[in-house]
Write a new protein. Sequence first.
Length: 263
Amino acid sequence: MTEKFRPELISLFKKQRFLLQMSEDRFRDEVVRPFFFRQGFKDGRDLCGPSEKGKDALFVTTDKLGFEEVYVVQTKKGQINLARKASANLVEAVTQLRTASETKIVFTATKRKVLPAKVILCVSGKINDAARNHIQEEISDPRLLFLDADDLIPKIDELFGELWLGIDAEVAPYFRKMKEIVENSDDTLAMADLLPSPSQASVATDRGFVMLQLYRMTLKLKKEAGQVKKVPDFEQLPVTGLLKKTSRLSVIFGSAGTGSRHH
């Protein structure tokens, strides 16, 4: 039986970093919308654009008396802090939240116009106390609420912890690019045929440690008989050479036994 996924086993630091690395659009689509939908809210329309009037998304819920309430959400990527003076991000947030609180929502089907019941600033990072106090002083509206990473993470664990399954999946873009290169190549290349022969590779023995040599295969353009073709090209470097590379991710392939340890 497959063990149930337990989001609490993933460190808080990894979750915070995962949210911070998201673009604002991805944060809104993959975090904010599911956050509200899983709690029974409806609508969720995207209001981004020149006519957003201070809000990025809109959600509708029904109160205990059966009346519909509208929550408008302004999303921001990163941290919202206030040190000696207000940052541009904070000033923009204040302006947008004030506009959102003063603008009526129009429901086209019923032609009903209502002010939002709640106006929420939702950020992928943290909102420090000074920034919260500054916004509340500038707007002074009891409908104003804040949601930052500290508020979101426990709720994500509870409502849709599967979000964290992609927390270590930064390698996915690398594989997508590799797939694209292979599929778009003019020639079908067999990886086994392109790798250097065994006589060129270093081998580890029982008598000691031998530096592992890596071979990186790329495609370069070569002109033959007036035609430009893509041909394989190789770069050889010791495994420790990866530390000097600027690339954030590296994937090492090898045949069976390549990475074995000898005692």
